[in-house]
Design a protein around this ligand. Structure first.
Ligand SMILES: Cc1cc2nc3c(=O)[nH]c(=O)nc-3n(C[C@H](O)[C@H](O)[C@H](O)COP(=O)(O)O)c2cc1C
Length: 158
């Protein structure tokens, strides 16, 4: 991690660099037996390097893929790292607001809801229903399922 961050920071300036972790779920063969110890060490290192933001895919309940999370690491990282912390995984508007109110995250990021709701910010602002994604087109490699979900005005007009 340090070598990659330093190399990218040297090339483009550390103020343009962010990094994402999936700290508390077994992901694609990657797991850790002691995530709090590891990610507090990571937080110290990120602070020293001056990395301006990080994103944590930090599940709070079993994921839709069935992975069971261990403890969240963001509460332990927050006091050690002064950059922005974005949290991710399985949020909608209300649950994102609830998480933000806990005072750890600087922002919440959205993956699948952004694929299936091209107007996601407007929908969240309005409290409108979110369209579910079509999982059969995820990772498909083509445009179908990535550029053809309707905006809310088209849903309502249909
Ligand atoms: C089609 C698709 C591709 C993804 N590709 C990546 C990826 O390349 N790297 C990564 O870290 N996460 C990837 N993710 C995971 C998302 O970034 C995100 O963490 C996950 O969907 C959970 O957030 P969500 O509940 O807001 O969708 C992908 C997810 C989907 C659905």
């Amino acid at each position: 991690m340090t070598e990659v961050l330093e190399a990218v920071g040297d090339a483009i300036g550390m103020e343009r660099v962010g990094i994402r972790f999936s700290p508390n779920v077994y992901t694609q063969g990657v797991d850790d037996s002691d995530p709090i110890a590891l990610f507090t060490a990571v937080a110290h290192r990120l602070e020293k390097l001056g990395v301006p933001w990080i994103e944590l895919r930090e599940a709070h309940q079993p994921t839709s893929a069935g992975a069971v999370p261990t403890v969240p690491v963001s509460p332990a990282m927050r006091p050690l790292y002064s950059g922005k912390i974005l949290l991710n995984s399985d949020y909608d508007g209300p649950s994102a607001r609830e998480r933000m109110a806990e005072g750890i995250a600087d922002g919440i990021s959205f993956g699948r809801p952004f694929i299936s709701n091209p107007d996601l910010p407007e929908r969240i602002a309005l409290g409108a229903r979110l369209s579910p994604g079509d999982t059969s087109t995820f990772y498909s490699g083509g445009a179908a399922g990535y550029v053809d979900y309707p905006t809310l005005d088209r849903v309502e007009a249909a």
